[in-house]
Design a protein around this ligand. Sequence first.
Ligand code: C5P
Length: 391
Amino acid sequence: MSVILGVTSSIAAYKSLDLVSRLLKRGLDVEVIMSENATNFVSPEAFSALTKHKTSVLTFDKNINYDVKHISLAQKAEVFAIVPATANVIAKVAHGISDDMLTTTFLACDCPKIIAPAMNTKMYENPITKDNLKLCQKYGMKIIEPAVGHLACGDVGKGHLASLDDLEDAIVSELYPKPLAHKKIVVTAGATKEKIDPVRFITNYSSGKMGVSLARAAKYLGADVTLLINKDTNLVLPYGIKVAYFESVDDLFELSKANFEKADGFVMCAAVSDYKVKTYSDEKIKKGGELHLELEKTVDILEYLGKHKGNQKLCGFAMETARDDLKLARDKFKRKHCDLLVLNNLKEEGAGFRGDTNVVTLIDEKKDEKLPLGSKSELAFEIIRRLMGVE
Ligand code: C5P
């Protein structure tokens, strides 16, 4: 798969080297086109060394083969991202000006396009730049908003290039077909925490990785995604989704109810505590003799959603340790009115909490199917596709 990266003359140009190497690690073919001014910040050879393609700068390069390079590049590109994009290049591409290799190829290209601005705050906030960015959006380009941060000029404000995680995510996402466009998918992820007293709580080992992978897969496939995740997560969350945070089961229950009605798909991947303390202690419980905590059951969110569902496709997870896990999981599938249940057994090599891989069995009305060991990100695509019935 082929990505063209346009690099223009912002101090953030050096970050594009990192971005290129991330894209290459994903097996993508990357070609770089620089504006002439950008070569003052980073040498074209640095990009060539990484991409194994000659970095283009000039439209009429006397050392290249006799083909119309801006057209041949434009034809092969599956996504074209300008990172970093200066106010100057934004103005040019908004108005169809094509006076160098970068802007000429950009204009000749009809693949998805991404613009990641990076500039001084005043330039970014200038109504002319704002209008140009709106024009770019009108023509279908995606704008990856800059962040607030310390700028090279010493100012602090908006204009800092978006994070490499977001840039990588946004570019890779464009390479996927979008069978879930206009569908709303909610994913819950991570562990709940039930407070015992101001310093202690009941939780579990769930890292949220499977849930975050599911949210990312749904986003890549075009869905409008809401992720409900534990407050203290430190995972990199997918670019361009809505996020709401929970701590306790009750928080998650409220968020789930609030997001359920409008959802087309709801994936209950969070590891929800089955019990909470009956009485929370406002003061720290002092050390003494034996301590007995009285626990009560928490609300079963998935079961509640199953009972109240309309056309939503509902996916539950079952984390088992028992040998007869399939029977338990099928019971759960029925009791919780799921459309799909994903079973994983903690005792299986490569499955379960915290790791980057999983072994899952997909259970639906008709059959059980055990999938081979896979990365959580690969499995996430399979689960979302199955749930929503898309290829
Ligand atoms: O019955 P069990 O807790 O094993 O079922 C697991 C599934 O139910 C998971 O999808 C989990 O997110 C969900 N669950 C829930 N509310 C609970 C407990 C589990 O929604 N209180």
